[in-house]
Design a protein around this ligand. Structure first.
Ligand SMILES: [Zn+2]
Length: 479
């Protein structure tokens, strides 16, 4: 047994070595990232190694937003000690540019092949009051959202990446990129398709992280938890599986290779900090709650709407989306015209259809009725453009966006059911959008959406579509 284990380890190390050599050998432009974190420190150290580039051309870009947050987040304000290195180890200090980037200046035209910088996680959490956009650092734990720490050298964002993580020797390492119950300690490596995938991942380090793999699932399904109070991880797993199975039943297929639900139950660091918002990623979701929301025991009536909603995002918008969502413009919070679709369609699917909560329509209408005038007078597209940077800053904007999107979905559902004698429904419209993205491999333009839906259900939906494009004021005038 022992021999086999040692043999296996040696074999694994050889394979890693061969694979790393292969990646670097095949593609000269592969990029290597290293994340260093030592227990108790407030900061992580990031190193980016690449094939040497002329110093005048290098820009280190730090994200200023992330898909799904619909806000500007000034991650560069937590970055310090930015340095570039030549192959002979000459150090050049970085200077902050006009936007969210650093440049490197020298009197000579040097070639640089490495950049290092620190990210202050303690300062990040203190500054960002909405816990969903922030990484966290606690005793025996650091939970990192990829886009909050990883920048990129402009022009290299499509290259393959090798990521090394180095931390305290007895700290287990978990990542949503390759979830595993058995975790490596101190050091681990990942091969990543490109920058967008790297930053979509979450990295949970430390002895405080508990992993539960749910059994009897269609794909590997995990719950990863850091908690500062008693919780029941199996009960979380039960709720996740119930949500996941309901969605598989709805969509009829699973596009994710694996999925992880990351939970944090935290002592609030101040009364102004806001907990309870969750964030979706390609193959995972992150939920940060304060300890009063701890899940401690079996509850057959437990509310699972938020889990259903966030897992459903793995289908839409993460794998079918409008212009602006992907490819993502990391230096700003990009203008997105279809937030009502991303959020509203998923609210409708999750609550109205999957959880069969028909009363939710009333809730959406009440939100529209109570909206302030500056929201009511905006068309659907205008409101989405506004929400691109301030979705939750004035949450009446966010709520109005998902409510209008959900009510549009409902009107489409009613129309499609009627016109097809119940043969097709809104679900076929959703499957049509997913299929369209799979075939076309790009974002749909705003003017393409109604026709994609009409074609997939063989019903002309333009009247419903046009009605909902108008401001709430104009809609009322007409009816
Ligand atoms: Zn959402």
């Amino acid at each position: 047994m022992l021999h086999w284990l040692i043999m296996n380890k040696i074999l694994q190390l050889c394979l890693i070595f061969i694979s790393v050599t292969y990646v670097f050998g095949q593609n000269k432009n592969s990029v290597k990232y290293t994340l260093n974190y030592t227990e108790k420190s407030d900061k992580v150290l990031i190193t980016i190694d690449f094939d040497s580039l002329s110093i005048n051309t290098v820009k280190l870009i730090i994200p200023r937003s992330a898909p799904g947050t619909y806000e500007l987040t000034n991650y560069s304000s937590f970055v310090d000690s930015v340095k570039a290195y030549t192959s002979s180890n000459k150090i050049i200090e970085g200077s902050i540019g006009e936007g969210s980037y650093f440049t490197f200046l020298d009197t000579k035209n040097l070639y640089i092949s490495s950049i290092t910088y620190h990210v202050d996680i303690g300062k990040m959490e203190t500054t960002l009051l909405g816990s969903y956009a922030s990484s966290k650092k606690r005793k025996n734990y650091i939970g990192i959202l990829g886009y909050s720490v990883f920048g990129f050298v402009e022009g290299l964002e499509s290259e393959q990446i090798v990521l090394d993580i180095n931390t305290t020797i007895d700290w287990p390492i978990f990542s949503t990129l390759r979830p595993q119950k058995e975790r490596k300690k101190g050091v681990d490596s990942y091969f990543v398709e490109n920058y967008a995938v790297l930053v979509d991942g979450q990295y949970l380090l430390g002895k405080g992280v508990e992993i539960h793999q749910i059994t009897n699932t269609q794909i590997p399904l995990f719950v990863a938890v850091y908690t500062e109070t008693e919780i029941d991880i199996r009960e979380i797993g039960r709720r996740v599986l119930k949500s996941f199975n309901a969605l598989v039943n709805y969509f009829g297929f699973v596009p994710m290779p694996h999925y992880t639900v990351c939970y944090e139950f935290l002592n609030p660091i101040s009364r102004r900090h806001d907990y309870g918002f969750s964030m979706e990623h390609l193959n995972s979701m992150t939920a940060s709650f304060d300890i009063s929301k701890a899940i401690t025991n079996y509850d057959s009536n437990a509310k699972i709407g938020s889990i259903v909603h966030h897992i459903a995002h793995s289908w839409i918008p993460l794998r079918s989306y409008g212009t602006g969502y992907r490819p993502f413009e990391w230096q700003t919070a990009p203008i997105i015209e279809t937030i009502w679709l991303n959020e509203g369609f998923i609210w409708y699917i999750s609550y109205y259809t999957v959880l069969e909560n028909k009363q939710i329509i009333k809730f959406f209408n009440e939100i529209l009725d109570s909206a302030p005038d500056y929201i009511k007078k905006k068309s659907l597209k205008e409101l989405s453009l506004l929400g691109s940077t301030q979705y939750s800053m004035d949450f009446r904007i966010g709520k109005n966006l998902f409510s209008r999107g959900a009510l549009l979905a409902h009107d489409l559902d009613v129309l499609i059911l009627k016109e097809t004698n119940g043969q097709k429904s809104f679900k076929d419209a959703i499957l049509g959008l997913l299929k369209w993205t799979e075939v076309n491999k790009r974002a749909y333009r705003y003017d393409e959406i109604a026709s994609i839906i009409s074609k997939s259900v063989h019903v002309d939906v333009s009247k419903v579509w046009e009605k909902w494009q108008k401001s709430m004021r104009l809609q009322l005038k007409k009816t």
